[in-house]
Each structure stands twice: as C-alpha cells, then as structure tokens.
Design a protein around this ligand. Structure first.
Ligand code: AMP
Length: 209
C-alpha cells in the first residue's frame, strides 16, 4: 500500500496509521514525528523547524520535501508506505508525485479522515502522549494505560496554536482534497467516530478486508 493520510491536525491520522502499522507492518512516515525528533536532538533541521512548529505554521516546503524524498529512498518503503502529515501544500503534493514517478511507485490512495473543526479543538487540547511508547491518550490518563510511562502535552496542543494550525490547514492543506479528487485517488472517511469503527472503514477503503 502506497498511501497518504489527509486530514486536519487531530483528525486521527496518527492513530489510524499506528493501527495499520500494527496489523500490516507498513512503514509509517510522519513528518511531524520526524521534525519533533530533529528538534529534540537539536539538529540544524530541528533548530530551523522549531519556531514554525511552535507557532503552528508550516515548515518551508524545500526543507520538508528533501526530508521525505530521502526517507522514500530507503529500502524499507519499497513494499509500501503510509505518509502522515505530508503533503500539506500543493507544492509538496506535486513534488511527491514527481518523486514517486521517479521511483516507479505511484500513490494508490489519498485517504481523507474528515472531522469537524470544533471536535478537533476539543480533542487536541485534551490530547496527551506517552513519552515512552507514543500512545495517544487524554488528560484523564495520569500514566500511560499501555506501558505506565509519563504522559505529556505537545507544545503546539494549546488552544491558540491549535486554532492557528486549523487555519493553516484550511488555507494551505485543504486544497489538496481537490487535487487528489481530480486524479481519482481520494477516499473520504468520517473520522468523528470510535477509532476502531473508523479503522474498519479505513481497511475497507484500502481493500485490506
Ligand atoms: P503534525 O504532528 O503533523 O501535526 O505536525 C506538527 C508540526 O510540524 C506542524 O504544525 C508543522 O509546523 C510541522 N510539519 C509537519 N509536517 C509538515 C509538512 N508536511 N509541511 C510543513 N510543516 C510540517
């Protein structure tokens, strides 16, 4: 499966990608995770990306396109990949198509996980993540329910930044819905349901059942 997960921040792309990875072992390429790892490691890329991320703005296209192209050239992606959080602009989508055409590995599906913005604001401000295993939980989880690790809130999950991220999504990323619809690769799924119910639809849409 060569797929792109589309949807606003907090729509559940990471959760659905985790489920696909658990069941099928396909590499999950999350640009947000890659950038957060670079910030934590203090690399030049991380230093460049941090101020954009803290403000809820997009990191410049040329930075992120190079990062994803490199990752797609690693051999573990030959049998498939799940892109999460990329592309986020039309320039990134065009660059992705060019890279995949060079690799003779066309995209199968762009899967849009659709959730109302007000639901997203409530979800993201309540989201907590496990420092140990990456489990995505809520403010009600004092410890990680999976491994007992410490739960933390992402710097960009405060309400003001979440609203800006949704604004950025609306302006810069939502045009990609038409981009993928136009080339018949778009499938839309209602993401405002229990994650397991959403996952059943994801598998059906990807012809995995
Ligand atoms: P995410 O974890 O996908 O919500 O991404 C967190 C932040 O990383 C975003 O708000 C952006 O600042 C940055 N980011 C992640 N992916 C991209 C991308 N494809 N293009 C530009 N910036 C990105």
């Amino acid at each position: 499966m060569n797929i792109v997960l589309l949807g606003a921040p907090g729509a559940g792309k990471g959760t659905q990608a985790d489920k696909l990875v658990d069941e099928f072992g396909t590499p999950h390429i999350s640009t947000g995770d890659m950038l957060r790892a670079a910030v934590a490691a203090g690399t030049p890329l991380g230093q460049k990306a941090k101020s954009f991320m803290d403000a809820g703005e997009l990191v410049p296209d040329e930075v992120i396109i190079g990062l994803v192209s490199e990752r797609l050239n690693e051999p573990d992606t030959e049998a498939g990949f799940i892109l999460d959080g990329f592309p986020r602009t039309t320039a990134q989508a065009v660059a992705l198509d060019a890279e995949l055409s060079k690799l003779s590995r066309p995209l199968d599906t762009a899967l849009l996980i659709d959730v109302d913005p007000e639901v997203i604001i409530a979800r993201l401000t309540n989201r907590r993540i496990c420092r140990e295993c990456g489990h995505i939980g809520t403010a009600a989880d004092e410890k990680c329910p999976v491994c007992g690790g410490e739960m933390y809130q992402r710097d960009d999950d405060n309400e003001a930044t979440v609203r800006n991220r949704l604004d950025v999504y609306e302006k810069q990323t939502s045009p990609l819905i038409d981009y993928y619809r136009g080339c018949d690769r778009l499938v839309t799924i209602d993401g405002d349901r229990d994650p397991n119910v959403v996952y059943a639809d994801v598998k059906e849409a990807l012809h995995l059942v």
